[in-house]
Design a protein around this ligand. Sequence first.
Ligand SMILES: *Cc1c(COP(=O)(O)O)cnc(C)c1O
Length: 605
Amino acid sequence: MDIVKEVQAAGLKPPLTIRVQDLLRHRVTQINEAFRKAIQEEGYDGRYRGVFPIKVNQLREVVEEILDAGEEYDFGLEAGSKPELIIAMALLENRKALLICNGYKDEEYIELALMGRRLGKQTIIVVEQVSEIDNIIRIARKMGVQPHIGLRVKLTTAGEGKWADSTGENAKFGLTAAEIVQVTDKLAQAKMKQALRLVHFHIGSQVPNIGTIKKAVIEATRFYCELKRMGFPMGILDVGGGLGIDYDGSRSAYESSMNYSMEVYARDVVANIKQICQESRVALPDIVSESGRALVAPHSILIFEAVDRITRDTPQHEPLKKATHPILKELDSIRKNKGKFDPLERYHDAKAKREEAHARFSLGNLKLEERAQADQLFWNICRQIQKDLANTPDIPDELARLESMLAEQYVCNFSVFQSLLDHWALDQLFPIAPIHRLNERPQVQATLVDITCDSDGKVDDFIDLEDVRRTLSVHTLKEGQPYYIGAFMVGAYQDIMGDLHNLFGRVNEAHVFLEDDEEDGFYIEESIPGYSVERILGMIQYNAEDLCRMMKRQVDKATKADSVRPREGVAMVDLYERLIAGRTYLIPNHEQKAKAKAKKPKGSG
Ligand SMILES: *Cc1c(COP(=O)(O)O)cnc(C)c1O
């Protein structure tokens, strides 16, 4: 909250991404130390040479921070496309660090990677498709470069978790055993056996179960040993990504969690490679991991504001009107005869009566006010039932659902599609909690809805001690006071996969460093404004000036026709121009009021 206040004072309002740069550094150190320790403890004769796959978060400040923190460990980068390679080539200057080149490759991609070799960089081109090898051989010859090549193997071991189906035999990447033989034959024919240095695999992201990782490492190490036996120099085994994040804190093999730690991961990778290589009497390789999510997920927090609430029933403090229509009288008597029937029976009766009321309304036999009253009575009864059952174990299914039926919806000033995409796309859980009023007991159960015009733009799965819960405990909203909620661990994939649904665009950003000497223990190193309307319109081919001109022409026409006064017309054009330069997200009421107040000249009352 201190950070949010300080950023606001500098003019940037939520929705806001806070990046804690120290958390990036911390994770880089942690993974390198974890492998260092595992290597030492296992007496492993080889090094850890990790790389950061930049597709997980390409933001310059993120990549630079990781490289800076990783410098002493010779930590490198992984690129999966031409634009990513273009970034990596310029940023990675450490000649001892690896630059792993994955993904689909055209001639330009290969040429650029080989240019890296000429500059003394440790670029390794990982062959993912058989067709790539001919190009690599040809272009390397033309350039007079000795390439370093890796092979991505298709493992039988399928991943587990969200990406299970896209790995294993059905994967779109990687070479089968037959294809590996084909590629190695080509290398031998081209007298380029010396080029083959690395075996690579990737079994998908967020692997929740350590057992899967073990199996994959063992299978891949067999491939490594075989290639070594066939007389290729080799030297490096790349275990790809997949190292998880425990989003829900359960330390389980559940999708949004993981049943191992980073340290256990490192130890298992090292120990299994060692065992298989020793069995095969093969010298131990250097180990590479391409852990992306595990490095960057924790460093960023999304802050958004709940600006309104949607409830099903009318406010509790509004007294119930006297029931006049027979059906309303019946509902009212269900409400009054609290103790007489069992809760499930009361619920069924009330539900039937409400359905009847709706049917009568459709037939024209019930007035709008009466329908409203029927709804109000129904929800009133539901609340009673829920209250009565509060401490009852074993609540019948239908009544257990009352909790989410009665939950409020908090309207939050952000877009799920821009900032929390994986919640929508993959049902991924993120830790979400209010970031202030934490010494007050939250009294409301709510789901969160965003401000896109899309009914999918919502968050209604939250972390619970066991399983998931449909609602989040939040505080009541107070008139004129902002209420901020944070979504944590959003640093991996969310930033770049987010889209422009409804044209909201990127949110404001603040980059924070911890600093003991500062009063609050931190300072804001940099802030980046989110997209303006003008900027986002530009991305879909609208020119702001053109739009303003078009608007002005219409206003002029109306002025000429005397349907708009000239002064009014000028104000209209001003408004349009001001909004086009402004923010895409909502300006909450309390902010709007504060603005209006600040504008009012003194003495105007
Ligand atoms: C996406 C990807 C990674 C990163 O995976 P994480 O699970 O985020 O660590 C690593 N390697 C390759 C080849 C990838 O495609």
